[in-house]
Design a protein around this ligand. Sequence first.
Ligand code: PEP
Ligand code: MG
Length: 906
Amino acid sequence: MAVNATPESSPPWVLDFADGDRSMADLLGGKGANLAEMTRLGLPVPHGFIVTTAACREYLRHGSEPPGLTALVDAHLARLERDSGRRLGDPADPLLVSVRSGGRFSMPGMMETVLDVGVTDDTVAGLARRGGDRFAWDCYRRLVQMYGRTVLGVDGALFEQELAAARTTLHVSHDGELDALTLRALVASFRRIIQREVGEDLPQDPREQLRRAVLAVFSSWNVPRARFYRRQEGIPDDLGTAVNVVEMVYGNTGPRSGSGVCFTRDPASGELGAYGDYLPNAQGEDVVNGSRATIPLAQLAQLDPAAYTALTGHLRTLEEHYRDLCDVEFTIEDGTLWVLQTRVGKRTAAAAFRIACALVDEGLIDLDEALRRVDGRQLSRLLHPQLGDTSGHDLLATGLPASPGAGVGEVALDHETAARWAREGRDVVLVRQETSPDDLPGIVAARAVVTARGGLTSHAAVVARGMGRPCVVGAADLTIDLETRTVTTHAGVTLAEGDTVSVDGTSGRVHLGRVPVQPSAVATRLAGGATDTGTDPVSDAVLRLLAHADERRRVGVRANAETLPDALAARQYGAEGIGLFRTEHTLLGPRRELVERLVLDRDRDDALRQIGELARADLVQVLEVMDGLPVVVRLLDPPLHEFLPDLTSLAVEVAVNDATGVEDAEAEERLAAVRRWHESNPMLGLRGVRLLTVLPELVDVQARAVAEAALDLRARGLDPRPEVMVPLVAESAELVLVRARVEAVLATVAAEHRTTLRVPVGVMVELPRAALTSGRLAAVADFFSFGTNDLTQTTWGMSRDDAETGFLRTYREQGLLAGDPFSTLDVDGVGRLVSLAVREGRRTRPDLGLGACGEHAGDPDSVRFFVAAGLDYVSCSPPRVPVARLEAGRAEVLEPVAGGAWADTR
Ligand code: PEP
Ligand code: MG
């Protein structure tokens, strides 16, 4: 029977474990839903109930305890007492409960937990009968400390100082060695601290402890670090957390007890085998906070063979049930094993690919499911570089390889320094004794993270792995001195804050100085083609899933490239053509002066001839690499001022000439010309098709270059397939004009070669007006390519060049925007224009070609939108081609993306 009197219109506010299952994570939170599932599976889970996210949302909405919640909690508590055979507040044999947060999405360590709720002056003696005096006073000490900090808001450092003093007095190194008398004295001193700081005492009514602990966990949904974490991870702010109220079981009752965290497979490498950390005579928090050195899980097999065997059996059950890597928290109380938590575990990108393929081989999932289990963000992490040759760079320390990849930067010893230096554009490596959730901004800002303490499941490891930051934990050879701001190694090397180190998160090594960084093994394998299998299981898995994605996907993937090396890289990464060849790239560097000469009318004809020749030479190379594949050549696009001398400098030069009596007629002439062409807002001025209309000779030379390059290659027996694209069109008449000019030149060149040449002419849709009038545009275009960089800029009215440094960051910090519309497509606004243009364009012309070539075309979430919008291809920078291939394949096996939230469309 579910005891419940939740208001009728609302989902239940409290549910027993026995009444839920894993499908209810929205309501029960991930932790609660999995506890309920494990209860159904018959695993040894302590009794408990869940105060749901619906109750939390109600609390957050009104800022006070929902009426009736206490009565509901009391009713469920009565059932818990019946099931466990103990009563809260019973002086003879008290029930204690843990009160744990747990939202829909895992937010490791970000919210609060209160353990040992139910210890009071009246119950501590009864508790001692269960596990001894030391145990009872240790529980009491933990409760006062957690309640003081979490519920009453007392500064946790005040308690830590007392604990440190007690350890020093007793000459012990960790809290587990404090004796009963000391713990009892600590309880008294903690209560005095609380009295002094907030004028309250720990309630001696256990139900009041429970009530306030639940509300404090609700409130912790909105602590700054939790909000920050949600922003980083794209988790909505309005979900609220559930609260799990669970019968306490104790890992700290003596040597036959302990706590551990483990995985069904190695979450770093993906290798098969139970793997984790165990700490005898300890509660779970001691394992994850890194305060004591854990032992490898395998040693539990010797310490307690029966518990180990039972545990590995449960791990197998869970993996087969969830058909995925699971992580598990467990406690052994006097030889009895309890499973306290499980979830589908976080893993490195490498492990994600490897595990997905292993599960296919084990027959637990099929290849489509494997494709759902990996994503483009993980793949792009794997394509990241690794540390190269470390010889000549002293090995400073070796720790546990918690998150792979390489990071080089200056040592920063706290998160504020790390974040500040990163904002100044410096590369930093965050080096800490251990990390706490408060270090999150530092982890985000750092190129890599190193901690002196902590295991592979420590907070730093979990967070860094989730974010793809290279991370080494438990580098015990490092001593960090925050007074002198130095780090000293075992071998006696002293580093000052600001010295450079190189971190290898794959091997766990930290080196002195700047080690060169090498491309990733996966990237190298991809570049080498898919033939040499069997050398590296991660690359094998990536290639296998990429091949499956290729089989599944319907949209093409092209690259944005205009140089020979980029075109070669694009092909190696699997590009099926070039979706954007920016012709202005043929005019970079000193070549830029050619456009200046054209505009300022100096040796115009010669300048035009050279512009054409340069374009032709580059095009021949790229068309040759892309033989048989489309190459979309975009006519000159950038704002004119990018080709002209700077007005201010020129004006100063002329003024100085005037003042010093120097005659420089050419400078004066240039100044007059630059003034004539000057615009106050060039990004919205003379660029794209407008420049081509004002200087139509530019169209002629470029069209000729395309035609001649193609005919050259054709003469050599190749199959060049150029297409011409006109940028920044707002009105179909612009396209009609330029298209006519392009086709005239193509026809002339073809006639000169006594042949014919068919080159499709298309248009970039990168202005809202183009999208809104796409029906008319399609009548004169062979294809559309969505230039979503400009389309985002012009739809939002927000400069694409300044957004990151300007107000957009403030917007994100204030939660006004979930993501950056310049990296992930704004489906609601820009996406709507894309969809409209697709629909109206195809209505006019059913065979209209459709592509996207802005930055978004290589962004995992946006690729899935483009697929759903019905495009034929996406085109992105060469290194992102594999990411786009993978996501385009995933789009076919996942739910289609709807136009909705755009920060995280999954
Ligand atoms: C675009 O605007 O999306 C685009 C691809 O063109 P560019 O970035 O060259 O302006
Ligand atoms: Mg553009």
